[in-house]
Design a protein around this ligand. Sequence first.
Ligand code: RP5
Length: 187
Amino acid sequence: MTGPTDPTATSQASPSGELPGGAAGSRPIVGVIAGSRSDFPILEKALAVLTELDIPAELRVVSAHRTPAWMTRYAESAEGRGLRVIIAGAGGAAHLPGMVAAQTLLPVIGVPIPLSQLDGLDSLLSIVQMPRGVPVATVAIGNAENAALLAARILALQDAGLMARLAAHRERQARMVLEDPSNIGAP
Ligand code: RP5
């Protein structure tokens, strides 16, 4: 058996060792889980957005196939630990988001991870084609940033400060387009 026995007992350290999101030591409200450590480079983009929006988050490896019991413990304990949204990224036969969604009532956002074979289409179809009754909100292949932004929109419904930070984020995005050198002098 691999994986921690108690999800509350493990740290929320990012690969850099820092607590991602929010003030150091604040309790994570978004759980970002990866089917493998090899998925981290993509899922770290979600953490970066969550950190920018000051949303406390954790990043862990939870494999549906290699550690099914750990996946169940993670899903079943998530709400009780204070998580409000789960972002789950997996590649290939990407069953992690769906199987977590089957074991928690928290919203689950799936990130299809592109692998070298099939370019992530396999991951996308594995995650998006959920049966009726067990929803997973699926973002574009590799688009972990959007998973974080969608999580933020869900959380912002009950957090006016976060809603304001999201509005500022959108404003910055728009400004980057409008201030692109190609738009100088445009009407
Ligand atoms: C999936 O298998 C993981 O999400 C990962 O994308 C893929 C390959 O995993 P590794 O063989 O790199 O550990 O479960």
